[in-house]
Design a protein around this ligand. Structure first.
Ligand SMILES: Nc1nc2c(ncn2[C@@H]2O[C@H](COP(=O)(O)OP(=O)(O)OP(=O)(O)O)[C@@H](O)[C@H]2O)c(=O)[nH]1
Ligand SMILES: [Mg+2]
Length: 230
């Protein structure tokens, strides 16, 4: 029998800038806070803007929303040195015993940033249709191997000349059958689908069957005149 975990499931939400990570967290809080005990940790480079936005949205007790100011590229705090996030999560867990899920938002980064499996039990990678129909094909560890790929803002697809269904299909092809959800906060069916995915994943986690996966390392990239490889 797999060992049952004794703490909340940590669910990471990553993806490029502006694809709708905070909005997805707000949506999940709105939909699930009656049935699940939730907490949130946001990551921003220089501000606590995402946490303030979520507190202002009134979707959760403001004390359950904590901000980590990374002061560096977002992936630094979700992958290289997870200490600040781990402390924020532990503080939340000690202030609110019995949490079911802690949602962790990565700062918006590029296509290669993913959470360390030491920080999260499962992760969602969020793209949006406005980023262009080619993004899924371009690939990257989050697109290929996150526990769930979300193609967000499908309601905007017609306005930006993108075929959202095709993006979702390309997601399935790029992911060896791992799940993909085309999402819009205006499309009730898609909202139900993502809530069901969270319930299903939590069920697996709670029974001890879920194993945290590492989508893979960052691609080499440069900061000014220094080149890093993570
Ligand atoms: N039309 C539409 N807009 C959306 C949807 N989801 C989010 N947005 C909008 O997209 C914009 C960016 O959303 P955020 O949730 O702030 O995105 P983010 O990924 O958290 O952004 P960063 O944290 O800055 O990287 C906001 O104006 C949202 O209102 C959606 O389903 N449909
Ligand atoms: Mg955000």
């Amino acid at each position: 029998m797999p060992e049952k975990p004794s703490r909340a499931m940590r669910l990471g939400i990553a993806g490029p800038v502006g694809t709708g990570k905070s909005s997805l967290i707000a949506l999940l809080c709105r939909q699930l806070s009656d049935e699940l005990e939730l907490g949130v940790v946001t990551n921003d480079i220089y501000t606590d803007e995402d946490a303030r936005m979520l507190r202002a949205a009134g979707v959760l007790d403001t004390q359950r929303i904590r901000a980590v100011e990374t002061g560096a590229c977002p992936h630094t705090a979700i992958r290289d040195d997870i200490t600040m996030n781990a402390i924020a999560i532990e503080d939340l867990e000690s202030d609110f015993p019995g949490l079911d899920v802690v949602l962790i938002e990565s700062g918006g980064d590029n296509l290669t940033a993913t959470f360390s499996p030491a920080l999260v039990d499962a992760q969602i990678f969020v793209l949006d249709v406005a980023g262009g129909g080619d993004v899924v094909r371009k690939g990257g560890p989050g697109i290929a191997r996150a526990d769930l790929l979300v193609v967000n803002k499908t309601d905007l697809a017609a306005y930006v000349g993108v075929d959202a269904d095709l993006m979702v299909q390309q997601g399935f092809s790029a992911r060896d059958g791992r799940p993909v959800i085309g999402l819009s906060r205006l499309d009730t069916e898609s909202v139900t689908q993502i809530c069901d995915w969270v319930r299903h994943t939590l069920g697996h986690y709670a029974s001890g069957e879920h194993v945290a996966q590492d989508p893979g390392p960052m691609a080499p990239h440069s900061h000014g005149d220094v080149t890093h490889s993570h």
